[in-house]
Design a binder for this molecule. Sequence first.
Ligand code: ATP
Length: 340
Amino acid sequence: MTKYNISLIPGDGIGPELMSSAKMLLESINDKTSVKFSLKEVDAGDHALSKYGKALPDFTLDAIKKSDACLKAPVGESAADVIIVLRRLFDLYANIRPSKSFPNIKSISENVDLVTVRENTEDVYLGWEFYTDEDTVVTLRIISEKASRRIAECAFKTAIMRGKKKKVVSVHKANVLRKSDGLFKNVCREVSTKFPQIEYSELYVDACAMNLIRNPESFDVIVTTNLFGDILSDEAAQVVGGLGMGPSANIGENFSLFEPVHGAAFDIASKNIANPSSIFLSIKMMLDWLGDKFKDPLLFTEAIKIENAIVTLLKQNYKTIDIGGRLSTSEFTRMLLDTL
Ligand code: ATP
């Protein structure tokens, strides 16, 4: 029987509370099913920076390298020194962020089921910024054909795997960023010809931001560049009721990292009120990815059980405070484990 090695980063702010719930879920799967995990907690983030002088210490990196996948809770001020470095080091080129309507959560529409496929390795996130004189800064925006092709192919494959509306929309600002987004758009258009079963369209990023509010149920897969994807996926999370329900995956060829879409939320840290669904649904994405990688159908079964248990609780109005309920983090976690 395969044992899956999972590295866990508890992070900062609400991170450790979410990770404690996540560990309870993973340990319960370990105890009650034939899926087995070996869990290794590692330090990264603000806490690691003050303790070891490095937000991402070498021993943390070594432990992550030895694992099959990493589950990361949010980190605080040092986020850029952790997640952006990990994305680059492991070449985690696709950031997949699903936004789905759940029962009894106030939202703009009840039938949203979309996913943002965000290019994760370039654009302005390389952090190449320079002062040209005392009061002027130039930022370099990198868009390459190789990265655009890779993310476009990932988006079309995602649309096929989802088997839902079978649509991909590429989102850009090629009317202003003629060369960089022009390249991105042209590559998406070219890749679309290889997937005739998928309906392909294009939208300017401003029109997409508007349509996500006006007509969110019309979307299936959105493929876009790094900065636009960062912003649009937070908007899409809000459309379905808030960041507390938002999971994400950072996918590479051989390794992937899973994390909630939100940040460390220091305003609600240590109060036992954070919504753990974002990390539970990130575990669901992790099990689906491991299931696909190791061809293990048991993992798919456990993955869907997690989502079904959350839906069951929400249908009965068992909710945390952020989505209009009264349950604490630990109460919701306990109820989820009981439901499973
Ligand atoms: P960042 O800039 O790193 O994205 P941030 O602190 O600006 O982080 P988030 O942490 O992403 O913003 O979240 C914004 C707000 O949403 C938080 O301040 C918090 O009130 C709420 N929030 C985020 N995640 C959760 C959660 N899991 N449960 C409940 N509320 C949440």
